[in-house]
Design a protein around this ligand. Sequence first.
Ligand code: C5P
Length: 234
Amino acid sequence: GRTAVVIPAAGRGVRLGPGAPKALRALNGTPMLIHAVRAMAASRAVSLVVVVAPPDGAPEVKNLLDAHALPERTDYLVVPGGDTRQESVRLGLEALPETIGTVLVHDAARPLVPVDTVDAVIEAVRDGAPAVVPALPLADTVKQVEPRAKGEPEPVVATPERARLRAVQTPQGFDRDTLVRAHETVTDDVTDDASMVEQLGAPVVVVPGHEEAFKVTRPLDLVLAEAVLARRRA
Ligand code: C5P
């Protein structure tokens, strides 16, 4: 089957500070979402991009996509999103045509992922993995804590062995039927799509991620993203 990408872009981006929904904020003059869509369309294997817009923002997002050039081979459509990322992804999956066999899910908030990472994820799915995540080793040591009210010191519960941890990025790639089944079955709150497939008991594998696939979350990330774009143009 063909390959489509669902891009959840319905988040408010509260941690980035006040302003437009995160995906619509500009990086070097172009909305983050447009960078993200182009990063996906850069892969020759991607034939369709489904953008999941803020619930009240689908017409605006459609206009935005119409106004920015994409490769001839790439179709796109826009659907309104939901209250959670998970719900937004599910709404995107429901819009996929029958012909799609491989689905990638990519955060609009990761606008700079290189095409080689996208292709590596797609290839691993086509080679038979039901779920594939790009990931990197961690620089920081990670502690599990007992959460406390804001301002109170939090007791440490455990320190997982850093060498066995990975920071997971997107695009995450899936056999379409597996991801649809995961969305039908798993109702817990999750922070990535692959964890829903893990809960089904299906195997999830990791391929190398990329530094430039970082998530634009806080104000400093905007500075970094614009610096990466400036270096690419130099
Ligand atoms: O909040 P977080 O950084 O995890 O969001 C990751 C991605 O999920 C972002 O691209 C955001 O726009 C999207 N999202 C969504 N619908 C929501 C919340 C987040 O599409 N209700």
